[in-house]
Design a protein around this ligand. Structure first.
Ligand SMILES: [Zn+2]
Length: 330
């Protein structure tokens, strides 16, 4: 069957038809979700060659001034503003470069960017360019945390397998995470990288103390999962979502399964996991699900590791369940 075309507005970004009552100065006001759409066609104008080269040839173009020789990437000027509007020529620059500064990381995004988080956004000076290009940055080693990208970090551009002619057709990864062959390859694509070959953080050998902490946490976990499952609002947060998560902790492993509105928990392992979580302490997960702590914050502090960056979406859904349950109890 042919895959349905992706929409400009992803369905995750469309709010449900619902309303709420606000009480202001003792009076009640009804507020409803509504929508106003404006669609339009936007030309990329003089930047068209840049985006066409990105999409069709997996190349990055710049504009070189015929007088001062400055290479601007992207080629935003047809004439050099520093040289009495001297002519510029299109030149290709390398797909490797260095970070101009330490990029900030976005963990919480609005629904339009939700599928991209967590990502860093920063400016890279590509070899052969004199100006910096603003791009998204990811790691191939699991979830993106502070410290991976810094000022001066060497970057290689990766081209998405499906390109549409936007700047998000490319993103940067640290050159140090790639093989020599990958680094040398022109127009390196997502499919050329093994995103599964992440290095799991090592846990200490299970001590008696860790084992008893695990048993205690597992008992509480059972209760929390039962509570979440009895909350309609929380169940909605995982509607249509299916994931098996293998969670490793120093005192033992457990499995959290999300199955289209139903959450389940069991002690032990699995080989059918979609991704792995490693928690230094089982209470990190417990607190996250009980709305007493934040899983996202634990990831940022490296107390919690997940094997696939894209599965941050699943973490986000678990946190939303916790919030829904807490709200329904108010
Ligand atoms: Zn010039």
């Amino acid at each position: 069957m042919a895959k349905r075309k992706q929409k400009i507005i992803p369905s995750a970004a469309i709010p449900p038809e619902e309303g709420r009552t606000l009480t202001i100065d003792g009076r009640e006001y009804l507020e409803l979700n509504d929508a106003m759409h404006t669609f339009y066609r936007r030309t990329m104008g003089e930047l068209s060659p840049f985006f066409l080269a990105l999409r069709n040839e997996k190349k990055v173009l710049g504009a070189k001034c015929s007088v001062c020789g400055i290479v601007r990437v992207p080629p935003m000027a047809e004439r050099c503003p520093d040289c009495d509007f001297a002519a510029v020529e299109k030149v290709e620059v390398a797909d490797t470069g260095v970070m101009l500064s330490t990029p900030p990381i976005t963990y919480f995004a609005n629904s339009l960017f939700m599928e991209q988080v967590p990502f860093a956004r920063g400016r890279v000076i590509l070899e052969g360019a004199d100006t910096a290009l603003s791009i998204n940055l990811y790691t191939t080693t699991g979830i993106l945390v502070p410290g991976i990208f810094k000022r001066g970090t060497k970057i290689k551009l990766v081209f998405r397998d499906k390109r549409v002619g936007r700047i998000t057709d490319v993103y940067g990864v640290p050159a140090s995470e790639l093989t020599k062959e990958q680094l040398a390859k022109e127009g390196l694509q997502e499919k050329d990288i093994d995103w599964e070959a992440t290095v799991e953080p090592k846990l200490p050998a299970p001590s008696a103390k860790a084992k008893s902490a695990f048993e205690k946490a597992a008992a509480q976990m059972k209760d929390i999962v039962a509570d979440l499952n009895s909350c309609e609002r929380a169940k909605k947060d995982i509607a249509g979502w299916k994931r098996t998560i293998l969670v490793k902790t120093p005192g033992g492993n457990f499995v959290i399964s999300i199955d289209d509105g139903a959450l389940s928990f069991k002690k032990g392992g699995t080989t059918k996991q979609d991704f792995v979580m490693v928690a230094k302490n089982p209470t990190t997960i417990l607190n996250g699900l009980a709305y007493k702590g934040s899983l996202t914050e634990a990831i940022m502090k490296a107390d919690l590791w997940i094997s696939k960056n894209v599965e941050f979406m699943t973490v986000f859904k678990l946190e939303r369940m916790a919030r829904s349950l807490a709200r329904s109890r108010k």
